[in-house]
Design a protein around this ligand. Structure first.
Ligand code: HEM
Length: 352
């Protein structure tokens, strides 16, 4: 492995920012404008909100297959720290190795195509050379030969890719979470969920089962075709820009929910948006699920007046079971009080 490309040579990435300790994470004005604000109306309820994952507006988080933004390097440093503390955050059952190779190929090909200035992939039969300039990696390996990588294929490529990933095997008319890596998750655990089926790992979610959402979504996913990925949004709330809100570390971050005041709420309270994309993989027939987390503080969101109005109404009117499940029922009154100052009562447009 040669380091022709020294980390630090790129100004495009925030390198020093932290998602822990002093929490220096912030979004540039450019990144706030492209933040994937998830609400297309003034209220929110679960739905089977899936659409084709096709290239979107230039500059948006949908422009490329795997969005790489200014937080890339810092997020990868944070992931390495989480894995060093707890290797069980990444697990792959033995029959999922081929799906890991499928994922590695998908990500390498996509990034090399979409960001040629940062990533490149040269293939000579099964001898591949992968260059990741922002992380200073230049690595030649043999595709499908694990001995030529420092980690399993899923772990190798997801240590270089923003977002958590799970790989689902399809058997017995359902999906099984048989591999995954999660270091930026909204309070769920790969170690707990690994080996579970679709309805089992979704069991804690309120209301959606009774609404038939999980039955319909599963039916849709079982028909997912290679080359036709889909996407959806999910969201929750996080105090401090903490990527790793894991059940394993709840005793560390859970109590910080009691630290909000009207004075610090704008800076500490973050909307956490997950852009979730799903891909059928070609050799293994597995389904890859990418959960890409975007964080923005309330202060940052308030710079866009139409978001300010809408966020106030969504948080104020959300079903209490959802506010409880998403972990912000305790802080909901304080958030509504703070947000109400930014809602001028004007009507909003559906969409956008
Ligand atoms: C929540 C995994 C696809 C809807 C969750 C949770 C996990 C998960 C681990 C957290 C459950 C907990 O509390 O422990 C997955 C995986 C998917 C997938 C691996 C792909 C194979 C979908 C799809 C939908 C969906 C396609 C579409 C309806 C939801 C909803 C929640 C949820 C509504 C609750 C989220 C919240 O309120 O924050 N999912 N999911 N999931 N999932 Fe999925």
């Amino acid at each position: 492995m040669s380091l022709d490309f020294k980390p630090g040579a790129f100004n495009d990435f925030f390198r020093e920012e932290t998602f822990r300790g002093d929490f220096t994470y912030r979004n540039s004005p450019h990144n706030i404008r492209r933040f994937p604000f998830p609400f297309d109306r003034d209220d929110y309820m679960y739905a089977v909100n899936m659409e084709p994952h096709v290239p979107g507006r230039i500059g948006s988080v949908f422009e490329k297959t795997f969005d790489v933004d200014e937080h890339y390097v810092a997020e990868m440093i944070d992931r390495a720290k989480v894995l060093a503390d707890d290797p069980l955050r990444c697990q792959s059952l033995p029959h999922m190795t081929l799906a890991g190779w499928d994922l590695l190929e998908l990500i390498m090909e996509s990034k090399a195509r979409d960001y040629p200035e940062w990533f490149s992939l040269e293939k000579n039969g099964n001898r591949w050379r992968w260059i990741n300039r922002p992380l200073g990696i230049d690595h030649s390996f043999t595709f499908l030969d694990e001995a030529t990588l420092p980690y399993g294929p899923m772990e190798y490529i997801t240590r270089q890719t923003q977002g958590d990933f799970t790989l689902q095997d399809e058997r017995e008319g359902t999906l099984w979470m048989d591999a995954g890596i999660a270091t930026s998750q909204a309070d769920w655990s790969v170690d707990f969920d690994i080996g579970m089926s679709w309805h089992e790992w979704h069991a804690p979610v309120p209301l959606a089962h009774e609404m038939g959402i999980f039955d319909r979504a599963l039916k849709f996913l079982l028909k997912l075709q290679h080359g036709a990925p889909v996407r959806r949004f999910n969201w929750t709330m996080t105090v401090n820009p903490l990527l790793d809100t894991a059940p394993e570390t709840y005793p560390k971050w859970g109590p910080t929910k009691t630290s909000l005041t009207q004075e610090n709420l704008g800076q500490k309270q973050h909307l956490r948006v997950e852009l979730q994309t799903l891909y059928r993989l070609p050799r293994s027939n597995a389904i890859a699920f990418d959960i890409r987390c975007y964080l923005a503080s309330f202060d940052e969101l308030m710079t866009v007046p139409k978001w300010a109005r809408r966020l106030h109404r969504v948080v104020r009117d959300i079903h209490p079971d959802l506010a409880t499940y998403k972990g912000f029922i305790r802080n909901q009154p304080a958030m509504v009080e703070w947000l109400s100052k930014y809602d001028d009562g004007k009507p909003t447009s559906p969409g956008w």
